[in-house]
Design a binder for this molecule. Structure first.
Ligand code: ATP
Ligand code: MG
Length: 578
């Protein structure tokens, strides 16, 4: 992965991980505090429900107990009437009961009141007058079985002219006086009175029958939603202990799910926003850094090509900026070192030349010395063929003096070789012109690239380079019939240099001589009067142009000289200053 991608990904992770963590932790904390509150709410609601039921039951059983008390004027009066009527109620007593029973029931806030006489005939039933006179043993049975406690029933009452079945809490009692017993039950409707105190904005209640049918609907419409979390259930048991209805109370969890969804959504949006910001910032920063690094790479490549004048911009004060500054410093250093190296190499080269020149000069001196010695001795000895000796010795001396003169002349030519005068030139043109000088005297093939750019070069000197190389190839080929010389030009792949190649199919340069042939005065052609300066001159001109020359073997075993020349010659300018 590229630096840019890695950087952005790291930043994105660094931003997303804390957001995700914060979202998870917040969700957990909120959820757990909500759940605690919810459990507390449920427990409190259950308590309230139980308290309400207990209050209801207590009220009713207290009403029943007080009605059954001896001091109660109504039931007490009724029992007295039975005693008086010897177990029967006269019409007067019955009328009185009819008249008083309704106010009595209302006064006690009851909805049901039934009283049966010793013969189990219903004498009082203000909530359902038609039942008066009916025989009903159940009142006595319940009073006997449940005296003082309350239970729930579904009973009928008349509401005006319509009969209504209601759910009620009831309590039954017996009341005795002088051998007469009346049984009674008092009941109160169970409905809104019970559930209203329970209902709040987050709590609703309803009453259902055991078969699931709704006896008292909930107040709000959101029952299904509220009751999703199992509502609190409290059975209302009948006299036989079997539930005849169930109060259901649903407690809202305070919209926890919605809240959690909101948090998740907010976190996701936050993460998305952060991601966007991070990716943009990351890309921006990474692009800047990558661009700076690219510049450094470019700089390093330029350095490897020998362009020591290349500098990279220092645009920031951070580590990347420091690297750029260090790079520039290193390039400055390299340039100074290279300048020193060039000077040192040049001095060494001149020392080498001086040594070889001394050797060259020493060679002719020996024959001169010997000739003069022979001449002097034969003169002293009055040698009969003195004239011949004189002739021969002076010829030798003159010949060797000539040789010395030639050596000195060539050396001074070499030493005086001017620095290149650089101009923008077309190398192909130089090749074409140089080869035209042979005017067919030598067969030289050329293969010139059509698209070579212009270079910094000295036309005359590059011409000399080519002529020296072609001359050498000619010497190497000798009189071979199939001799072939090929001159090629081509551009470098990086488009920052040109190549000039001269090759032949002669005997080639033996490996052990490859290092030596560029040295001044190295020649294998002494007999033919070679000076050994040809390739030394070529080498020097190429170096002065900031280029290099190398020898390799041509395809068909001959010698191949490859010259590499920069298009823009910083090194050439540098060399020309020394
Ligand atoms: N194309 C070639 N094939 C084989 N050997 C070569 C070739 N070119 C140069 N040489 C070898 O390199 C030596 C040095 O060459 P250089 O041009 O410096 O001097 P020279 O040719 O001997 O003398 P001058 O150039 O003065 O005639 C040659 O003597 C020869 O041995
Ligand atoms: Mg030569």
């Amino acid at each position: 992965m590229k630096l840019r991608g890695r950087f952005t990904l790291t930043l994105a992770l660094a931003a997303l991980v804390p957001i995700a963590l914060a979202a998870v932790v917040t969700t957990r904390v909120i959820a757990s505090s909500y759940r605690e509150r919810y459990a507390a709410d449920r427990a409190a609601t259950q308590q309230t429900l139980k308290r309400e039921l207990a209050r209801l039951e207590k009220n009713v059983s207290e009403s029943a107990t007080s009605l059954a008390g001896h001091d109660n004027p109504f039931v007490g009066g009724m029992l007295l009437d039975y005693v008086k009527g010897d177990g029967q109620l006269d019409a007067d007593a019955q009328r009185r009961l009819r008249e008083q029973s309704l106010p009595l029931m209302r006064g006690l806030s009851l909805d049901i009141l039934t009283i049966t006489g010793p013969d189990d005939v219903i004498q009082v039933s203000p909530h359902y007058r038609a039942k008066v006179g009916d025989v009903d043993k159940v009142v006595r049975e319940r009073a006997a079985a449940h005296a003082g406690s309350a239970y729930y029933v579904r009973d009928s009452i008349m509401n005006g002219r319509t009969k209504e079945t209601v759910l009620a809490v009831e309590s039954a009692q017996l009341s005795r006086y002088q051998g007469y017993t009346v049984a009674l039950w008092a009941g109160r409707r169970v409905g809104d009175d019970l559930v209203s105190p329970l209902r709040t904005t987050s709590v609703d209640a309803r009453i259902v029958a055991p078969d699931g049918s709704v006896l008292l609907p909930p107040a709000g419409k959101d029952w299904a939603k509220l009751a999703k979390d199992d509502p609190i259930r409290e059975p209302l048991r009948g006299p036989d202990g079997v539930p005849i209805a169930i109060v259901e109370v649903a407690v809202s969890d305070g919209g926890l799910d919605q809240l959690l969804r909101d948090i998740t959504l907010t976190s996701a949006l936050l993460a998305l926003g952060a991601l966007g910001a991070v990716v943009l910032t990351g890309l921006f920063v990474a692009r800047r850094t990558a661009r700076d690094l690219d510049r450094l790479v470019e700089g390093s490549l330029a350095a490897s090509r020998g362009d020591l004048d290349h500098r990279v911009p220092v645009r920031s004060k951070d580590e990347v900026g420091a690297v750029a500054a260090a790079f520039n410093f290193m390039m400055e250093d390299l340039k100074t070192s290279k300048e020193k190296l060039v000077i040192a190499e040049r001095i060494a080269a001149w020392q080498d030349i001086a040594r070889r020149l001394a050797h060259e000069i020493k060679n002719p001196l020996t024959p001169i010395q010997m000739a003069m010695d022979t001449l002097r001795k034969s003169w002293k000895k009055q040698h009969p063929s003195f004239e011949e000796i004189l002739e021969e010795s002076t010829r030798t001396v003159l010949e060797e003096a000539d040789r010395l003169k030639k050596i000195v002349a060539e050396f001074s030519d070499f030493a005086r070789m001017p620095k290149p005068e650089l101009a923008r030139i077309d190398l192909n043109e130089v090749v074409r012109y140089s080869l035209s000088l042979y005017q067919g005297a030598v067969k030289v093939d050329s293969n010139l690239a059509p698209d070579v750019p212009e270079i910094d070069g000295d036309k005359g000197q590059l011409q000399q380079v080519l002529l020296n190389l072609v001359e050498n190839a000619r010497d190497a080929l000798g009189k071979r019939e199939d001799g072939r010389i090929l001159v090629t030009t081509k551009r470098g792949e990086a488009n920052d240099r040109l190549f000039l190649v001269v090759e032949d199919n002669g005997p080639g340069v033996p490996p052990e001589l490859k290092d030596k042939v560029f040295a001044p005065y190295f020649t294998t052609k002494q007999a033919k009067g070679g000076t050994g300066l040809g390739l030394a001159i070529v080498h020097r001109i190429v170096s002065d142009h900031g280029g290099r020359i190398t020898i390799s073997d041509a395809r068909d075993r001959g010698a191949r000289f490859t010259i590499e020349l920069p298009l823009r010659s910083g090194a050439a300018l540098l060399a020309s200053r020394i």
